[in-house]
Design a protein around this ligand. Structure first.
Ligand code: TPP
Ligand code: DXP
Ligand code: MG
Length: 639
């Protein structure tokens, strides 16, 4: 007998239609190959590996059973969609993931018909899928809607708003709960415990059938076992799970890595569902790759790595990361002030709150993916006499905006907002860019808004925030390392609303707000090389604005350039508003406000993204020269 060459099944799959031609055994083999391909690709690109490995079988089974893209598959967050990208026509570009001009690390409508709804912020999938389902019910040419949501993401209020609505509407909709008992960090919360109990204590639930109730047809001892398991989970004899109370048919738990079981359950659900169905799939984050399965974070987000060992490539830092400086500072303040507490919405490591959490576990609250609750919880704590440091990434705080307005600012409560990932963040792209917080926070009465120029300034601003009991205060800082400046022994409390001048000049003033001061300084050097005399100032506060400083810069220079790592209606707009309100715009000074452009910027390195945004040192210098040119024309005209 001759050995037949082994042809990978995955090589026969470009689109989901190809999966639908495979036998069940081939689908299983395809999943194994898809897992290997995912590991290999992410080892070259970095990215969200653990979550993607956990849904390999689900990906294959869903696409094999449902008629995507006519049926709409909506991944929550979208960070687990790499296997999905590989089997939906993007295998040839999967090694460009998260890079400039490459594939997005999340689902994105403009990238593929198989990404019917974009994501990256969590807990939106059930709402979006319900929207598709209703569009179908109202006559649009679209098929079934399937949301896949993780156990971490289903902790957010928005997911319950959607379940509530879907259960009420009662139309056919599929929600697959991908329960790997893990968020970015170990999951917290009562809901997480409830789900854990469902999967641990309900061994026979997998046999339940959505239409005719398999349990009824089980032999007596098994049926009693199923009922006992249900009673154990719910606490009530014969009562249903939370999802059933909300109007869903609950199927599960099923083994989310058992291809046969998944195919049976999905086929049966697809054939029989008349209303909303929740399929509870138990999975393992990092499944099938030992270094991921054995690690504490299940390789949630990894750098490039060596496949054989799992060892990730780490760059040697030149300076402390802002996140770390924040974490260390907060710990120092908490040691001397027992009212200080930290609040995070499922990001203890990402925000640096894990430093305080490790030292003083009782002083940090991880509320799960629940930014809205985090903000109002902080407001309540502040009203109760505590000093909450609410650490949330800039883009995720967008979720809690009404809470910032209504619960914090309106009541002038001293919540300290620590806004990490302000500005462009790199590989996560536009969904995670901290672009809007300057504008959306500075618009609020009572709010103080600071941004630190470097890590030493951060220490002072932390001291300022800790001392600021008269109202809410926000400190924004970017992802990544500081600039390597000498660090102060201790933070000094800054005068609220006062900036600083770092260098005095005569021709042009560059007024920077936040961490682009290094680029502003480089621009000044370039201008000096052309014989110009440049003032460099650091605003420190966008609100209250240092009006005296701005007035001085306008009065003493022919041109003023503002620089910030934020969107159009931010710091520069505040400066312009002040100058207009005080009649200084007509005084002949030429002004340029450098900010992010009015468009979303695709993923690349932060440096490339800032170049795309027109915010390099050269751009700043060019803007200054342009402004000076205009100022010269004005001066000549006046002469
Ligand atoms: C609104 C929002 N807050 C926080 C995050 C950061 N975040 C991304 S994935 C994740 C954990 C998600 O856990 P889960 O849904 O269980 O998916 P898993 O990674 O376990 O597959 C978090 C907190 C986010 N993307 N969106
Ligand atoms: C998917 C998601 O939202 C997070 O995993 C995010 O990518 C983390 O970003 P950082 O790496 O900046 O913490
Ligand atoms: Mg999870």
């Amino acid at each position: 007998m001759t050995d037949r060459p082994h042809t990978p099944v995955l090589d026969r799959v470009t689109y989901p239609a190809d999966l639908r031609r495979l036998t069940d055994a081939e689908l299983k083999q395809c999943a194994d190959e898809l897992r290997a391909e995912t590991i290999s690709a992410v080892s070259e690109t970095g990215g969200h590996l653990g979550s993607s490995l956990g849904v390999v079988e689900l990906t294959v089974a869903i696409h094999a059973v449902f008629n995507t893209p006519y049926d709409k598959l909506v991944w929550d967050v979208g960070h687990q969609c790499y296997p999905h990208k590989i089997v939906t026509g993007r295998r040839d570009r999967i090694r460009t993931l998260r890079q400039k001009d490459g594939l997005s690390g999340f689902t994105k409508r403009s990238e593929s018909d198989y990404d019917p709804f974009g994501a990256a912020h969590s807990s939106t999938s059930i709402s979006a899928a319900l929207g598709f389902a209703m569009a179908r019910e109202m006559g649009q040419a679209t098929g079934d809607a399937i949301a896949v949501i993780g156990d971490g993401s289903i902790s957010a209020g928005m997911a319950y708003e959607a379940l509530n609505n879907a259960g009420h509407i009662g139309r056919r909709l599929f929600v697959i709960l991908n329960d790997n008992d893990m968020s970015i960090a170990p999951p917290t919360g009562a809901m997480s415990s409830y789900l854990a109990n469902l999967s641990k204590n309900s061994p026979l639930a997998a046999l339940r059938d959505i239409a005719d109730g398999v349990a009824q047809h089980l032999p007596e001892p098994l049926r009693q076992g199923a009922e006992r398991a249900r009673e154990l989970v719910t606490g009530h004899p014969k009562s249903a799970t939370l999802f059933e109370h909300l109007g869903f048919t609950y199927i599960g738990p099923v083994d989310g890595h058992d291809m046969g079981q998944l195919l049976n359950v999905l086929r049966s659900a697809k054939a029989r569902a008349t209303g909303p169905v929740l399929i509870h799939a138990v999975t393992v984050k990092g499944k099938g790759y030992a270094p991921a399965e054995l690690s504490d974070d299940c390789y949630h987000g990894v750098n490039k790595f060596d496949v054989a060992t799992g060892v990730q490539k780490k760059s040697t830092p030149n300076a402390p990361a802002y996140t770390n400086v924040f974490g260390q500072c907060l710990l120092r303040h908490a040691e001397t002030d027992s009212a200080i507490v930290g609040i995070t919405a499922a990001m203890p490591g990402g925000t640096g709150l894990n430093i305080l959490q490790k030292a003083m576990p009782g002083r940090v609250f991880d509320v799960g993916i629940a930014e809205q609750h985090a903000v109002t919880f902080a407001a309540g704590m502040a009203a109760g006499g505590m000093k909450p440091f609410c650490a949330i990434y800039s883009s995720f705080l967008q979720r809690g905006y009404d809470q910032v307005v209504h619960d914090v600012a309106l009541q002038n409560l001293p919540v300290r907002f620590m806004i990490d990932r302000a500005g462009l963040v790199g590989a996560d792209g536009p969904t995670h860019a901290g672009a809007f917080d300057i504008g959306y926070l500075a618009a609020l009465p009572n709010m103080t808004v600071m941004a630190c120029a470097d890590e030493a300034e951060m220490v002072h601003m932390m001291a300022t925030a800790a001392a600021h009991d008269s109202g809410p205060i926000a400190l924004r800082y970017p992802r990544g390392e500081g600039t390597g400046v000498a660090m102060p022994e201790k933070g000094a409390v800054l005068e609220i609303g006062k900036g600083r001048i770092l260098q005095d000049g005569r021709d042009v003033a560059i007024l920077s707000f936040g961490a682009h001061l290094a680029e502003a300084t480089d621009a000044a050097r370039a201008l000096e090389a052309r014989g110009l005399s440049v003032t460099i100032a650091d605003a420190r506060f966008a609100k209250p604005l240092d009006a005296d400083l701005v007035d001085r810069l306008v009065a003493g220079h022919s041109a003023l350039v503002t620089v910030e790592q934020g969107a159009m209606l931010g710091f520069g707009a505040i400066v312009l508003h002040h100058l207009a309100a005080t009649g200084q715009l007509d005084g002949g000074v030429a002004i340029r406000t450098l900010h992010l452009p009015d468009r979303f910027i695709d993923q690349a390195s932060p440096a490339d993204m800032y170049a795309d945004a027109g915010l390099t040192a050269q751009d700043i210098a060019a803007a200054a020269l342009d402004a000076l040119g205009v100022a010269t024309i004005h001066e000549k005209a006046r002469a």
